[in-house]
Design a binder for this molecule. Structure first.
Ligand code: SAH
Length: 215
C-alpha cells in the first residue's frame, strides 16, 4: 500500500514552510523535500508523524534523519544535476531519494544487511533507482567507483575517514558530521591533490558510524 495522497502533499508543504523558517534557502532542496513521500520510508506505526520535523526509528535501531538535518546537509553538499554522489548510510533511503530528486547519480553504502535489503527492494517501488546500493563499510568509501563529485555521510563519524577525502575529485566536497556524542557538521572541499579547505557548521546528533558490516 504505497499511497501518496493530496493530504500528504499538503503536510509536506507545511514541512517545507517550517524548514524555510528554520533557515533552509535552496529552492531545489525545498522542492525535493516537497516531492519525496517521507511517510512511505517509515514503518506504518509512525506515518502520522512523518511530516513533523523530527527523526524517527526505522529498523535495526537506526533512525531516519530529521528533515531539517537532511535539508541542511543537502544544501551544504551543493549538488548539481549529474553530480556523482557517494552516500554513507543508506538507512531508509530517504536521503538517497532527496539526492535523486536533485538529479544526482547516487552510490549509497549501508553496513546493516537488513536495511540494505529493505532499501534495495523499496526504493524502486517509489520510483528511485540509485546507480548502486552497496552492502559494506562506509569507512572504506568506494574506491572502484571513485572519484566522486560529492560525498555525504549520514551517521556520526568519530573521525574523518581518509579514504573519503582521497576519493573526492579536485573541487569535490565531503559533508560529514564529526564527533562522538555531538557532531559538528563539517564540509571539506578538495582544493588540490593534498590540499583541503575545511569549514564547520552547527551541532547535530546522529546515530554513530560503526565499523564493519553486519548481517
Ligand atoms: N540516510 C539515512 C540515515 C540513516 S541513519 C536516511 O535518510 O534514512 C545512519 C545510517 O548509517 C544507518 O542506517 C546505519 O546503519 C548506517 N551506518 C552506520 N555506520 C555505517 C558504516 N560504517 N557504513 C555504512 N553505513 C553505516
Amino acid at each position: 500500500m504505497l499511497k501518496d495522497l493530496p493530504r500528504h502533499k499538503g503536510l509536506r508543504n507545511q514541512l517545507v514552510a517550517t524548514l524555510k523558517a528554520k533557515g533552509i534557502k535552496n529552492k531545489k532542496v525545498l522542492e525535493a523535500i516537497a516531492n519525496v513521500p517521507r511517510h512511505l520510508f517509515m514503518d506504518s506505526g509512525f506515518i502520522d508523524f512523518a511530516y513533523q520535523d523530527k527523526p524517527f526509528p526505522i529498523a535495526a535501531d537506526q533512525t531516519i534523519s530529521q528533515p531539517y538535518t537532511v535539508a541542511f546537509q543537502t544544501e551544504l553538499l551543493e549538488v548539481e544535476p549529474g553530480s556523482k554522489v557517494l552516500e554513507i548510510g543508506t538507512g531508509s533511503g530517504y536521503q538517497t531519494a532527496i539526492l535523486m530528486e536533485l538529479n544526482a547519480i547516487v552510490y549509497s553504502i549501508e553496513r546493516q544487511k537488513e536495511l540494505y535489503d529493505k532499501a534495495k527492494k523499496f526504493l524502486p517501488k517509489v520510483g528511485y533507482v540509485p546507480k548502486k546500493l552497496i552492502f559494506g563499510d562506509g569507512y572504506l568509501g568506494l574506491e572502484e567507483e571513485s572519484p566522486f563529485d560529492r560525498i555525504i555521510v549520514t551517521a556520526g563519524a568519530p573521525f574523518v575517514p581518509n579514504p573519503l577525502l582521497s576519493q573526492l575529485k579536485i573541487g569535490g566536497k565531503l559533508v560529514i558530521p564529526v564527533g562522538e556524542d555531538v557532531q559538528k557538521m563539517t564540509v571539506f572541499t578538495r582544493k588540490g591533490e593534498k590540499e583541503f579547505d575545511k569549514k564547520e557548521y552547527g551541532d547535530f546528533r546522529f546515530v554513530p558510524m560503526l565499523k564493519n558490516s553486519v548481517k
